[in-house]
Design a protein around this ligand. Structure first.
Ligand SMILES: Cc1ncc(C[n+]2csc(CCOP(=O)(O)OP(=O)(O)O)c2C)c(N)n1
Ligand SMILES: [Mg+2]
Length: 383
């Protein structure tokens, strides 16, 4: 079925058959949805999903723990323990649904906000925080979980992902690659170039755009005159818009896109239509450029509350499950706080260590200059 992402609608229960393929009536185009904001299951003719109660509870757990970790990180930044934090608040379903669709041997190229995807890939959350505390040079070994380092240069990872996917295809593997980026990044030349290369080389890459409606203070209407997923058509591969606050729909659509990629059918663009409920980063104040009412509208579509409503309505989780999750969440938050506060400061000269594999004369010179600069403070202290 197709649904309007903004208009109020009555929940339609799954009937096992097509629950309607009407064109959306609102100003926004149609999007794939399998779980309404009220927590009712609906069917889609192209994207089916059948999860066990345990799998549904697992997705809920992932989203709750990710949100808790993210909230804890925001608080730690406010307490001066982190230099900066980019919250994913509101984007949990987009990230958990897509992250859980990947296979271990797939490779993921994130932006700087993919904390939920990192969680799905098995990256320890405290490693993410080390980078934002400024105590390591990137955070983690990307090859341990096939999860690339966070990338701040907007859109550049789309090219890295495409190149990696082309290589995977040349190696004859059936691994696929996911490139995450935002609505703002969709305007970058790097993303356009990645689309072209992926299309003409039939690369096994899924372009996963989280359209969270904002690129810092720029709204999506400053990035595009057409819905973002439609851009794919011009490059010669399919694009689809999915309800990014519906973890089931995101999982189903990303699975299908990955399956296409690994079976040699080439790239696909998934636009997860969602909303950044928090600030761009802890350095941003969204009250300067957006209205509270907008956020309130999206709070009614909260990805976690909608899955909880479904679990409760269908009797798929009992009170003991929610209580145990609360305790697990508290324990995670405590571990994160304790570990971050006691992270050792790095040796300042260590920043020169991994610049070149075999060393470089210019880096040696810079290291010597910096060492001398640091030593000058020691002189001051002894005077
Ligand atoms: C090449 C480049 N230009 C500008 C910036 C500054 N910048 C950081 S985040 C951002 C907005 C990105 O918005 P979007 O792609 O929608 O991702 P979101 O932050 O919303 O997840 C910009 C312009 C940058 N990091 N890199
Ligand atoms: Mg954005």
């Amino acid at each position: 079925m197709t649904v309007d992402s903004t208009a109020a609608r009555k929940p339609r229960r799954s009937s096992g058959k097509r629950a309607g393929a009407k064109k959306a009536t609102g100003s926004e185009p149609e999007l794939v949805q399998l779980l309404t904001p009220e927590g009712d299951r609906v069917e889609h003719p192209d994207y089916a999903i059948d999860l066990t109660p345990g799998e549904l509870r697992g997705l809920y757990r992932d989203m709750v723990l990710t949100r808790r970790f993210d909230g804890e990180a925001t608080t730690l930044q406010r307490q001066g323990e982190l230099g900066l934090w980019a919250s994913l608040l509101g984007q949990e379903a987009a990230q958990i649904g897509s992250g859980r669709a990947t296979r271990d041997d797939d490779y993921v190229f994130p932006t700087y906000r993919e904390h939920g995807v990192a969680w799905c890939r098995g990256v320890d959350p405290v490693n993410l925080l080390g980078m934002f505390r400024g105590v390591n040079n990137g955070g983690w070994d990307p090859n341990e979980n096939n999860f690339h380092l966070y990338t701040i240069v907007i859109g550049s990872q789309a090219l890295h992902a495409t190149g990696y996917a082309m290589g995977a295809a040349m190696d004859g593997t059936d691994s696929a690659v996911v490139a995450y980026f935002g609505d703002g990044a969709s305007s970058q030349g790097d993303v356009a170039e990645a689309f072209t290369f992926a299309a003409v080389y039939n690369a096994p890459v899924v372009f996963f755009c989280q359209n969270n409606q904002w690129a810092i203070s720029e709204p999506t209407e400053r990035q595009t005159r057409v819905p973002l997923y439609q851009r794919a058509q011009g490059y010669g591969f399919p694009g689809v818009r999915v309800d990014g606050n519906d973890v089931l729909a995101v999982l189903a659509v990303t699975r299908a896109a990955l399956e296409r990629a690994r079976t040699g059918q080439g790239p696909m663009l998934v636009e997860a239509y969602t909303y950044r409920m928090g600030a761009h980063t802890t350095s941003d104040d969204p009250t300067r450029y957006r209205r509270d009412e907008e956020r309130e509208l999206w709070e009614a579509k909260d990805p976690i509350l909608r899955l909880r409503a479904h679990l409760e309505k269908e009797g798929l989780a009992d009170e003991a499950f929610f209580t145990a999750l609360e305790a697990e969440s508290d324990a995670l938050a405590k571990r994160v706080r304790d570990t971050v506060r006691t992270m050792p400061d790095p040796e300042p000269l260590a920043m020169f260590e991994h610049t070149y594999a075999d060393g470089h004369a210019l880096v040696d010179e810079e290291r010597a200059q910096f060492a001398a600069y640091q030593a000058s403070f020691a002189d001051e202290e002894s005077n």
